[in-house]
Design a protein around this ligand. Sequence first.
Ligand code: FAD
Length: 460
Amino acid sequence: KNALVWLRRDLRLFDHAALHHALASGATVYCAFIFDRAILDSLPAADRRVEFIHDTLAALAAELEALGGHLIVRHDGAESAIPALAAELDAATVFANHDYEPAAIARDEAVARALAGAGRRLRTFKDQVVFERDEVLTQGGNPFSVFTPYKNAWLRKLEADPSVLAPWSVEPGSAHQPGRFAPGQSVLPALADIGFARTNLHELGIGNGPQLFDEFLGRVADYGVARDYPAIKGPSYLSMHLRFGTVSIRHLVRTVMTMSARGAAGEGGAVWLSELIWREFYMQILYHNPHVVGGSFKPAYDKIEWESGPAAEQLFAAWCEGRTGYPLVDAAMLQLNRTGYMHNRLRMVTASFLCKDLGIDWRWGEAYFALHLNDFDLSANNGGWQWASSSGCDAQPYFRIFNPVTQSQKFDPEGKFIKRYLPQLAGLSAKEIHLPRNPIVEHDEARKRTLERYAVVKTT
Ligand code: FAD
């Protein structure tokens, strides 16, 4: 019998739940990736993420061939392509890993229905998180909407059953996974054939996920402090790999927890683990609250009247292009535009600046980040934006407004990060570099306007 493994945001051949189960079923296993027109058609012709996927698929195809298999790649609508491919290959079962985004859930339901209509089955598995959906709930059985109690419950659950971190091995032809990969020739369309041009991806050092992680482990102990300073190599830079599943979350969590238990991860190990838990926190928020797509988590915040019209559009364009006159904000936006990455501290500063200094709807910023971030993830991006606009779960109180100048003085004290992206400011002293130059808005006045704007949601 034949099985089809449908790869999506799990682009690796190790520790892979769907692959593991397909091989365990004893079937002859085909692997496929669909460049889904439903997603790709709305993207501009140069997109680092599409190129990253393309590169990753080329490597996967070679790895699969070394294991006696091959990779099938199509450029089509996934909803119809998967049932058609299953029919073509006579695959009784399609195996895939869970995706928690509303559009992906609807797509998977449609695929499952189409398969069922032809007497076939879609079987899906938890893979991209340690705990999903309803696995971590309050004592009253409800989803959490505040991070710290969620994190504590998450850690308790893991302590009670550490076996959830066990890898899903991929061993074709072994006693417990008797299945084998179907032999054949991989045919990967050229990037241009699916309508995309090359970008500067290869200059960015995004590299190989597992290697990047090993390198990060050498500095994880300092992460707690170093992660806040954009001029230094503090964070892991693994977000794009986590997004596309080129690393395994179980391996990451297991490794850091083992190091911590040995006292080898310093304080940074626990802080970094917390960030991985934030990732799952926002995924379960999205899963339980799909209204956050396009709407405020706290509906009262939808009463806020944002700036609109041509003046607001001009301010927005200045923010997008790094022309606000606030050096740290501008350098951060240039980092995003040129590399597709933005440091977490700067995501908070620029998001706050858009909502609370320019009075522009967080959804505009969310959409801009979604288009440009290499690691764009609906749940984390939406969570981050709603945190910054104070409309989210566990958000910062609306009256706490980041000051872009003091943030700059605190987190880029010598202006090293700013000068990297704004070399025209290289001659300025550490004192001068943070100050606004021809600002498009005065922070103190903007702050007052924001407090008035948010008065409609003033609660206790
Ligand atoms: P590290 O500091 O090394 O963290 C390790 C991993 O933990 C990250 O790769 C990520 O998977 C996860 N993580 C860290 N912080 C968060 C967080 N606050 N929320 C959820 N997961 C987190 N992260 C995305 O992955 N995709 C996004 O689209 C995204 N948009 C954001 C938008 C805004 C406005 C804000 C404030 C934050 C956003 N983040 C997003 C979270 C965070 O900024 C990035 O995950 C982080 O900067 C990625 O760099 P890193 O891999 O070096 O992170």
